[in-house]
Design a binder for this molecule. Structure first.
Ligand code: GLV
Length: 320
């Protein structure tokens, strides 16, 4: 197809727009605020392609507004914001951006793990509140990582990259995944696959690195939290609704688990008010892929998917 009409529904790094400009007529929303639905729908009316962000909901209303749409290129690895089944039923190809954000997200997970186990958020808050303090032998003691067990739920690229980092900190790895990872990767990471119950009951740190789906909705609920050790730490850099946030607040308040570090929230961007006052909760605003290089690579990959689709070679990273 020559000169497809491409709608970019949110602000993306310029190199992505430049790639799109090579093949089509691009209209991009460039405001920091989300695109109002009436403007979006007006643009979608004649769109052949939509480049979307994880904050867009690609549902029936979106697709109804876009009768000519052929491809939705999500600038995210997660695509739970897209009704993939409905897209497929309407002949609309969906793509995502796996791979390019693996390191950035694993770095963030490792950073959160260190923050929460060494109480760095609390330390920051203490200094910034100008509370008088002096060095103390027993002041703000955390726990080390050497010899501790990290239980990774979801052993795809990001889970494996986190395992690699955690190994460098001396942690032992167990993981829970639908299928076993390749034996050479298991061996290199000295990682052992186990069932969810064992992982929850025995891990010092539980990290969520699985996709969000109906299957993983509230995977970490009151029951799962009660199965964890009382001093265990939970880290979530995947998707908020994998955790029942209400149950999490209860578990943290009642000492059923030790601490949590969250990059994502059940009702993002809202954060459960019960978390805000808890010193054993580290909270950051969905920064997993937030580096200049990574966001540029994500935008460029999404754009290349559109170019590949219309150029005939096919998108590099389709969702199947
Ligand atoms: C970020 O959360 C992503 O899915 O890319």
């Amino acid at each position: 197809m020559t000169n497809p009409r491409i709608v970019v529904t949110g602000k993306i790094p310029e190199p992505g727009v430049e790639v799109l400009n090579t093949i089509g007529e691009v209209w991009a929303w460039t405001d920091d605020e989300p695109i109002p639905h009436d403007i979006r729908d007006e643009r979608l009316a004649t769109a052949d392609a939509a480049v979307t962000l994880l904050t867009d909901t690609v549902d029936e209303a979106f697709l109804d507004a876009a009768p000519q749409l052929k491809i939705v290129a999500n600038v995210a690895v997660g695509y739970n914001n897209i009704d993939v089944g409905l897209c497929q039923a309407r002949g609309v190809t969906v793509t995502n951006t796996p791979g390019v954000l693996t390191d950035a997200t694993a770095d963030l997970a490792m950073g959160l793990l260190l923050m929460v186990t060494r109480r760095l958020g609390e330390g920051e808050r203490l200094i910034r509140s100008e509370t008088p303090w002096k060095w103390g032998m027993f002041m703000m003691l955390g726990t080390g990582l050497q010899g501790r067990q990290l239980g990774i739920i979801g052993m795809g690229g990001i889970g494996q990259a986190l395992a690699q980092r955690a190994r460098a900190f001396g942690m032992q790895i167990v993981y829970h995944n639908r299928s076993a990872v390749a034996p050479d990767i298991e061996a290199a990471l000295d990682a052992r696959r186990c069932n969810l119950d064992e992982l929850l009951a025995t891990s010092d740190v539980v990290s969520l690195n699985c996709p969000y789906s109906e299957e993983t909705h509230h995977l970490i609920d009151a029951y799962a939290l009660s199965a964890m050790r009382n001093d265990a730490v939970l880290v979530n850099t995947a998707r908020g609704p994998i955790v029942d946030e209400g149950a999490l607040v209860e578990a943290l308040s009642n000492g059923e688990i030790g601490a949590v570090a969250l990059d994502v929230f059940e009702h993002e961007p809202k954060v459960h008010p019960g978390l805000l006052g808890l010193d054993n909760a580290v909270l950051v605003p969905h920064l997993g892929s937030a580096t200049v290089e990574t966001r540029t690579a994500m935008a460029t990959l999404a754009a290349r998917n559109v170019v590949g689709f219309f150029g005939g070679s096919g998108p590099a990273t389709p969702v199947t």
